[in-house]
Design a binder for this molecule. Structure first.
Ligand code: COA
Length: 166
């Protein structure tokens, strides 16, 4: 695991992030909602990074990447919709298909939890995961997230909501 590290997203990550997202596009689209096709270009990823870094400056987002020993981007993890008043944020992550099953998402989620506590002083993290996404459920369970039971009168959802009290 020492071969990998989690660091903040940078404005200079355009080429590395584009390569990562293009390499894994089919894989991600089989697991989670597809991105706008315009995203898959230097301009699209450049705007995406700019938007995330603006979100960081405003205290609404905290974006990270996972890097291998050659400084190649092999995963991403984000604190999203940070709400300091309520002390809550959402988590999201994705890992290069070739490197799945080696604990990278778990490494990244632990980093998000630590940042949520230390940097943002949050009280709760929330995750939404498609019911059939067994791998992501496993990562969340391992990091202590608990299933939020839907209200009795709510219609059936395609996603689970899981919550971690910090
Ligand atoms: C979900 C995802 C992030 C997991 O990344 P990862 O680096 O493989 O995660 P980890 O290695 O930390 O842990 C995954 C665990 O789930 C297990 N797993 C993965 N798919 C599984 C499946 N279909 N059935 C059973 N177990 C599964 C792995 O074996 C591993 O468990 P183990 O450590 O006990 O062997 C990765 O598959 C991914 O990027 N998927 C596409 C994007 C996505 O779904 N993001 C999450 C949105 S909520």
């Amino acid at each position: 695991m020492a071969r990998f590290k989690v660091r903040e997203l940078r404005s200079t990550d355009v080429d590395g992030l584009l390569a990562f997202e293009v390499r894994n596009r089919e894989w991600f689209e089989s697991q989670i909602d597809a991105r706008d096709p315009a995203f898959y270009s230097v301009q699209g990823v450049g705007e995406h990074i700019e938007e995330y870094l603006c979100g960081l400056a405003q205290g609404a987002w905290h974006p990270f990447v996972i890097e291998d020993a050659d400084e190649r981007i092999v995963g991403r993890a984000n604190l999203k919709s940070i709400n300091p008043a309520q002390g809550v944020a959402q988590v999201g992550y994705r890992v290069d298909q070739q490197l799945c099953g080696q604990g990278l998402a778990t490494l990244a989620l632990k980093h998000l939890i630590q940042q949520a506590q230390v940097r943002w002083q949050l009280r709760q993290l929330v995750a939404y995961v498609f019911k059939e996404n067994i791998g992501s459920r496993k990562v969340l369970d391992r990091c202590g997230f608990l299933l939020e039971e839907p209200a009795a009168n709510q219609p059936a959802q395609s996603e689970y909501c899981l919550v971690l009290a910090l």
